[in-house]
Design a binder for this molecule. Structure first.
Ligand SMILES: Nc1ncnc2c1ncn2[C@@H]1O[C@H](COP(=O)(O)OP(=O)(O)O)[C@@H](O)[C@H]1O
Ligand SMILES: [Mg+2]
Length: 268
């Protein structure tokens, strides 16, 4: 078994000579195919978990399987908790090259999803998986949907800690909601812990909706390079229209990556 989710359980298996993850979904109606599988099958990108197939269990009525590309490196949340992004020298900070590298991969995957008019709607560190080599893959399209227009109303909510104010307050979903969630992930990668760690859900909601409560806002560690801080802040802006779209997020991270590479060459 690989993991347990809100729908069912995910197992490791062999399927048509491929190493796969099988998401078992109970109670799927006869002619229905979950949106998750329909959306997943349309996507193909280096940083998005590939959905190979949707199948029904021939031996168990109602049970269906989503066959997925196997990611052997666990979730990004597990990696954050293990200290994968901490500074190797043990100086207490974080490994900037690793954070920027992983953030860039996620941003590229998200840029691709948005270019295909797909909103993820539940982007967070437990829904990004790692390959055995450590590459990031966006996963779990359980709440994803096709997107049309500037914003749309929603009745389904992803993860509170990663939800932007307009989603918590008004149930409004947009590309900017995924960008906001990405900003929260940048805080988690640099801090090495979950956002709003230790706070109760009501406190998190309060933090989201009360702009003036400086003490509740997510912040980056002191040693974070300025371009990363300003990118994170831009992504988490209250006005969703002011958040940078993913092509810009990708470009800013690429620029930062070159800067980090030059600096480490100069230091050595
Ligand atoms: N492709 C995969 N490769 C390896 N493990 C996976 C894969 N997909 C899911 N898992 C594991 O199963 C867990 C639940 O899967 P997920 O798709 O996030 O379900 P849910 O929609 O219920 O959150 C993940 O956190 C992960 O540990
Ligand atoms: Mg999930």
């Amino acid at each position: 078994m690989l993991g347990r989710g809100s729908f069912g359980t995910v197992y490791e298996a062999q399927w048509q000579a491929r190493h796969v993850a099988v998401k078992v979904i109970p109670n799927v109606a006869e002619a229905a195919e979950p949106i998750e599988a329909i959306i997943g099958k349309k996507l193909r990108h280096a940083h998005v978990v590939e959905t190979y197939s949707f199948e029904r269990n021939p031996h168990k009525k109602g049970e269906a399987w989503i066959l997925l590309e196997f990611c052997g490196g666990g979730s990004l949340l597990q990696a954050v908790r293990k200290g994968t992004f901490k500074d190797a020298a043990g100086r207490g900070g974080f490994n900037i090259a690793r954070v920027v590298g992983t953030a860039l991969e996620i941003a590229q995957g998200m840029d691709y999803l948005h270019s295909r008019d797909v909103l993820h709607s539940d982007l967070n560190c437990s829904n990004v998986l790692l390959t055995t080599e450590g590459a990031a893959k966006i996963s779990d399209f359980g709440l994803s949907r096709a997107f049309c227009g500037q914003t749309q109303a929603t009745e389904t909510f992803g993860t509170l800690s990663h939800a932007p104010p307009e989603l918590v307050g008004k149930g409004k979903l947009s590309r900017g909601a995924d960008v906001y969630a990405f900003g929260v992930m940048l805080v988690e990668l640099t801090r090495g812990e979950r956002a709003y760690q230790g706070l109760q859900p009501f406190q998190v909601m309060y933090a989201k909706l009360c702009a003036d409560k400086e003490s509740y806002q997510l912040t980056f560690p002191e040693d974070t390079p300025e371009p990363l801080v300003s990118l994170g802040r831009a992504c988490m802006q209250r006005d969703h229209k002011l958040r940078p779209p993913f092509p810009e997020v990708v470009a800013r991270l690429q620029a930062l990556r070159s800067r980090v590479a030059t600096q480490s060459r100069e230091e050595s």
